[in-house]
Design a protein around this ligand. Structure first.
Ligand SMILES: *[C@@H]1O[C@H](CO)[C@@H](O)[C@H](O)[C@H]1NC(C)=O
Ligand SMILES: *[C@@H]1O[C@H](CO)[C@@H](O)[C@H](O)[C@H]1NC(C)=O
Ligand SMILES: *[C@@H]1O[C@H](CO)[C@@H](O)[C@H](O)[C@H]1NC(C)=O
Ligand SMILES: *[C@@H]1O[C@H](CO)[C@@H](O)[C@H](O)[C@H]1NC(C)=O
Ligand SMILES: *[C@@H]1O[C@H](CO)[C@@H](O)[C@H](O)[C@H]1NC(C)=O
Length: 500
């Protein structure tokens, strides 16, 4: 076992222990909402359970729990035999319970190969109708449950029964989870997190999801059969609470609905890797808390609008691989983004015109990609003074004149500075010796007899290709944001999935 692998195992083990501890300490802290009075039946159940030494539970809830899980893990699973007291002394891995009026109810079910003893789906896993009888269920999560040879649809009926309780619903990496996203998910009025990642869902995103007024996180990503437009209803006025919208890696078409600008609390918007068209609506400028705007790899047009520079919370602005975006880099206003902007990816965006000197005001910028555009003019020397810059790609443009960076700049940046494939660009051999010269750039002709080669002409071979930009880091962190108490199991599941 390699050290890193062992390290991950240790972290995973730590996580598992944490889960056990949390469960032991917090299991009894379910919030009593007072909606059920102490019925004689409940009292009788509690008394009977107490005398049997088990956690008191309605028989119907216990039976529904066994039936629901058996549907997923298979007929051979003998729940009542293996786990006679599922909310007490014989807990089921991945299931947790809450206490209401002296009775225990399953509150969270998490299925999938996260930990060694996790519940795992059978090859013929299916949704059991009893799942919807678990009327205190707050979290339901499936990871790697439905393989491609077990095509299964998300049930269309039943969700309304969970509308008062279900806060988190997640389906991750289920290649067999096929068919449409049921419109009835829009009836889960308590839902805070809906995650449908890497499944095989088809059809469109139902407009009914706009009715989920408590939603904080909406992630529908990596369903390559999912098409149609982004529903305008997602920008419902009641969605102040929405923090994360990730609809990346689908086949969504149409333009960005201007109503998205109403999501004032939004922190991350990732619509990358779709087939979206049209221009970036001015209303998005209202998203003053947005830290990530990822629109990479679409077919957007209409240029880089100046209002984006007013979105001063942005840390990652990613618009690469929109070859028809076009337009010029705004000549002024970059200083408005100076505090936060760390990543600016405008590679292969059809940009024309010059690189404005005012971009040097982006004092927090660490990554700047302007490669594979049609930029002209000279490279402002002031860019070398960007205090935080760690990578700068200017290759594949039509930049001209002499590069005027100091030798130390090229040395420090190494291959993370790219300016080759700019036929009119050169460097001043009097200022930079050949050993530290920018790769793939010739010596300025006025200072050197014709034919004199520049430093490291062929060195730029690898370089930065436009398609490289689509696997950038930004969105991977979104899975961990929006952590709420209710989402604990799901986050643990994600961590587990990442670590193991
Ligand atoms: C399940 O386990 C119980 C208790 O051990 C046993 O009585 C019952 O027959 C088992 N059921 C099946 C279907 O194996
Ligand atoms: C997705 O579903 C289609 C049928 O709708 C099937 O042909 C395809 O193999 C599935 N893809 C994966 C990755 O399982
Ligand atoms: C934006 O962020 C600030 C600071 O975190 C917060 O106080 C404010 O409520 C947020 N705005 C919205 C509309 O959520
Ligand atoms: C760009 O998005 C399309 C549509 O989703 C996808 O098929 C393609 O693989 C993506 N390209 C890259 C380089 O990620
Ligand atoms: C680059 O600029 C030169 C002169 O301005 C022009 O002739 C040439 O067509 C341009 N090349 C591209 C690829 O835009």
């Amino acid at each position: 076992m390699s050290p890193t692998r062992r390290g991950r195992r240790m972290v995973a083990l730590g996580l598992a222990l944490l889960l056990v501890v949390l469960r032991a300490c917090c299991a009894g802290q379910g919030v009593d909402d007072g909606s059920e009075s102490d019925s004689p039946a409940a009292a009788a159940a509690a008394a009977a359970a107490a005398s049997a030494g088990t956690a008191p539970m309605e028989e119907k809830q216990r039976a529904a729990l066994y039936a629901a899980i058996e549907g997923f893990v298979g007929k051979d699973w003998n729940g009542s035999g293996l786990y006679p007291d599922p909310c007490g002394w014989s807990p089921i891995q991945g299931v947790s319970c809450d206490l209401f009026n002296g009775l225990w109810y399953p509150s969270s079910i998490s299925i999938g190969p996260v930990l060694d003893n996790s519940l795992q789906c059978a090859p013929d896993a299916k949704f059991s109708p009893q799942l919807f009888d678990l009327r205190r269920l707050r979290t339901l999560s499936f990871y790697s449950c439905f393989p491609a040879n077990n095509p299964t649809a998300i049930p269309a009926a039943g969700w309304e029964k969970l509308s008062g309780t279900l806060e988190t619903l997640e389906f991750r990496t289920n290649p067999g989870l096929a068919g449409a996203i049921p419109a009835s998910l829009g009836r889960l009025a308590s839902l805070q997190s809906l995650v449908l990642v890497e499944n095989n869902l088809t059809g469109g995103i139902p407009a009914e999801l706009g009715a989920l007024a408590k939603l904080r996180r909406l992630v529908i990503s990596g369903n390559y059969g999912l098409s149609g437009p982004i529903p305008a209803t997602l920008g419902n006025d009641r969605h102040d609470q929405l923090l994360i919208v990730d609809l990346s890696k689908n086949r969504l078409t149409g333009s960005l609905p201007p109503s998205l600008g109403a999501l004032r609390g939004l922190l991350k918007m990732d619509l990358s890797n779709n087939l979206l068209q049209g221009s970036i609506p001015p209303s998005l400028g209202e998203l003053k808390n947005l830290t990530l705007l990822d629109l990479r790899n679409n077919s957007l047009t209409g240029g880089l609008p100046a209002f984006i520079l007013g979105m001063s919370s942005l840390q990652d602005l990613l618009l690469s691989n929109n070859p028809q975006l076009g337009g010029t880099l705004p000549a002024s206003g970059w200083e408005k983004m100076s505090g936060n902007l760390a990543t600016l990816d405008l590679s292969n965006a059809g940009l024309t015109g010059a690189i404005p000197e005012s971009m040097a005001a982006l004092s927090g910028l660490r990554f700047l990609a302007l490669d594979h555009n049609r930029l002209t003019g000279s490279v402002p020397a002031a860019l070398a003074r960007l205090p935080s810059i760690g990578a700068m790609y200017l290759n594949g443009n039509n930049l001209t004149g002499a590069l005027a960076f100091a030798p130390g700049f090229y040395q420090r940046m190494g291959r993370r500075f790219a300016s080759w494939d700019n036929p009119g660009l050169c460097y001043d051999v009097a200022a930079v010796d050949a050993a530290h010269a920018p790769a793939g750039v010739v010596v300025c002709k006025s200072l050197q007899e014709p034919g004199g080669g520049g430093g490291g002409g062929e060195e730029g071979g690898g370089g930065r290709k436009p398609e490289a930009s689509s696997s950038l880091m930004a969105s991977s962190s979104s899975a961990l944001a929006g952590l709420s108490a209710a989402g604990f199991w799901s986050v643990a599941a994600v961590l587990g999935a990442v670590l193991l």
